[in-house]
Design a protein around this ligand. Structure first.
Ligand code: M6R
Length: 596
């Protein structure tokens, strides 16, 4: 999703390198175009194009850009194709204002027509340009800048944040409505961005904006206003503790590999955190226990965690839960939920629009809403009654890995608690995860030559391994660009089996309690010449029947399922590398999806 950054410095300087670095630190959000603008006196220098930060910055010599104020933006196309004209920032009609947004202005098409009818110069199809014209409209009517933004807010429908500046001024202005916005307070400068990574190398003193707030930034102070009534808001800055090393690769070739290897550590941190949060957890558990119906709601990888959670809640606590893909929540349950029900909304980013939409439906019906989220201060965590922090630190790579395993562990832990189970086994889980990664890394690399030639394969699971098979297949699709379908192993014979030809790869995630059933599936594949790869703990039956076995450490059924997804993450990574793809930034995908 798009990312914005703006800075106001106390004097004219070469802002280009700062803007390039800020843009680079936003790339993990996913993007297809990049642009920068600097304002120097009555001159705006605007340079932008579709492409990667390094290429565009070099081609247009961003590093030479001068000014006392600067804006940079990474665009992930929604309105208008990725192109130079649609890239952001955008100018107003006379080239006096420049601004860029993050998010989605849903009435963009209507607004563009209005602006043109009013005689404004509309150059692109992009909704970021509408934010600039919406402000221009009221500046032209003689309003001061903050009032113009407040009035523009009423015209711009959707969820967005934007930053904007004007020639012959010494300020930048920004507004938040639905998309993230953080202000950095520095020595001799102030800055604003969609999120922290682009700010932390400059300053650790930040102010997090709430929806409906407008910020004015000078080099030496900031002023916060309520968009509705224009009143001044007092908010003390906070000091961010997270280390920037979390956003660096620490010797790994890719963030994905680093994040795969971080899983045991963040699992340990999560378990400590959960063990020390008995009060908050009991509150959530009571509500879940006494609810009429319980829903676990998420998208993509987070939905797979919901599915796993629903299985654990039934198996370990006897509590039935409905796992739901967030956009399906309204059509499927919108008419039947009420205040007797509980929803747990699951999201790495806490900003996924589909999830926030479902939350709105739940809250409008009086449902009690909790969340599992990774990003502290995200919209989801602020809007729910209570939340379980996933404590994974930044997950930079677009494919979710460590946040998935911590989502699953959170559910597993909560289910075991609710079911009054012995919790001592959890102590071993991080070590089992570390052992699995260590033990399967070479095994998965060895499988690359056999699997890589195929652009179509299956990953099957049953019971607790079923959600892991879905997740393994999603990981594979996301970064190798091959089609990998995750299905219930018993469903394979009901149709997909027809795909099997000589050498066709089918991966089986074998839970210890389901080995006889998995073996039936394996033989359906091997007797037709296919290659059956079984991932499970050492078991003579698997070894005797599968074409290849990948051995994971011995553990119980629930842990074993979780361990099984780790080699699938590694396999996806190594196939992506063999194919020459960047696993951290897969084409067409975005880390944070703030659009419908
Ligand atoms: O931030 P969220 O967990 O709400 O994101 C949901 C999905 O977009 C996300 O899980 C997506 O499927 C990942 N890229 C998967 O790796």
């Amino acid at each position: 999703m798009c990312g914005i950054f703006g800075i106001v410095a106390e004097k004219e300087q070469t802002l280009g390198p700062i803007l390039i670095e800020a843009a680079k630190r936003l790339t993990y959000r996913g993007y297809d175009s990049v642009g920068s603008a600097t304002i120097s006196g009555s001159k705006i220098d605007l340079r932008k194009d579709a492409g990667k930060v390094d290429e565009v910055a070099e081609k247009y010599h961003f590093s030479e850009m001068q000014g006392s104020r600067g804006i940079t933006q990474l665009r992930w196309a929604t309105f208008g194709i990725p192109s130079q004209v649609n890239a952001q920032p955008h100018l107003d009609s006379d080239g006096d204002l420049v601004g860029a947004h993050n998010g989605n202005v849903v009435n963009n098409v209507e607004l563009r027509q209005q602006f043109m009818a009013e005689g404004m110069t509309v150059r692109s199809e992009n909704d970021g340009e509408s934010c600039v014209h919406a402000v221009e409209r009221y500046i032209n009517q003689g309003f001061d800048f903050v009032t113009a933004i407040r009035k523009a807010y009423n015209d711009l429908e959707g969820d967005y944040a934007f930053v904007i500046g004007k020639i012959d001024d010494n300020r930048l202005y920004a507004i938040k409505k639905g998309s993230g916005l953080v202000v950095g307070i520095g020595e001799g400068f102030n800055c604003v961005s969609s999120d922290l990574p682009s700010i932390l190398p400059l300053t650790r003193e930040v102010i997090r904006l709430e929806d409906g707030e407008v910020i004015t930034l000078w080099a030496d102070r900031v002023e916060l206003h309520n968009v509705k009534d224009g009143s001044l808001i007092e908010r003390e800055p906070e000091i961010v503790q997270e280390s920037m090393s979390a956003v660096q690769k620490e010797g790994y070739e890719h963030f994905m590999l680093k994040e795969i290897h971080e899983q045991p550590t963040v699992a340990r941190e999560l378990l400590h955190r959960l063990a020390g949060s008995d009060n908050e957890i009991s509150k959530m558990m009571d509500k879940i226990k006494n609810a009429r119906s319980v829903y676990f709601i998420g998208c993509g990888t987070s939905y797979h965690a919901c599915l796993a959670g629903a299985i654990y809640f039934s198996q370990l606590a006897g509590r039935s839960v409905m796992p739901v893909l967030a956009p399906q929540f309204k059509p499927q349950y919108g008419n039947s939920i009420d205040e007797r029900d509980v929803g747990v909304f699951v999201s790495q980013s806490g900003e996924t629009k589909d999830v926030l939409n479902a939350l709105e439906v739940g809250q409008s019906k009086g449902m009690t809403c909790f969340s599992l989220a990774n990003v502290i201060g995200s919209t989801l965590t602020r809007k729910t009654e209570g939340w379980v922090p996933l404590v994974c630190g930044y997950e930079i790579s677009v494919p979710a890995t460590k946040t998935f395993t911590n989502q699953v562990i959170s559910f597993l832990y909560l289910a075991a608690k609710l079911g009054g189970r012995d919790m001592t086994d959890f102590e071993n889980l991080p070590d089992l995860m570390a052992e699995t990664i260590h033990q399967t890394d070479a095994q998965m690399q060895a499988l690359v030559p056999m699997i890589n030639p195929w652009d179509d394969l299956y990953c099957l699971g049953f019971g607790t391994t079923y959600p892991m098979a879905l997740e393994g297949a999603l990981k594979f699709k996301e970064i190798t660009y091959a089609h990998c379908e995750g299905i219930l192993s018993t469903e394979f014979k009901h149709g997909p089996l027809s795909a099997v030809t000589a050498g066709f790869p089918v991966i089986f995630l074998a839970g210890p309690e389901d080995i006889p059933l998995i073996i039936s599936g394996i033989n359906e594949v091997t007797c037709r010449g296919g290659n059956a790869i079984a991932i499970g703990r050492a078991d003579g039956r698997l070894a005797a029947n599968a074409t290849h076995t990948v051995t994971i450490p011995k553990s119980n059924n629930a842990f074993s399922a979780l361990l099984g997804v780790l080699p699938m993450q590694l396999l996806s990574y190594y196939i992506a590398i063999a194919r020459g793809f960047d696993p951290d930034f897969p084409r067409n995908l975005s880390k944070t999806l703030t659009v419908d």
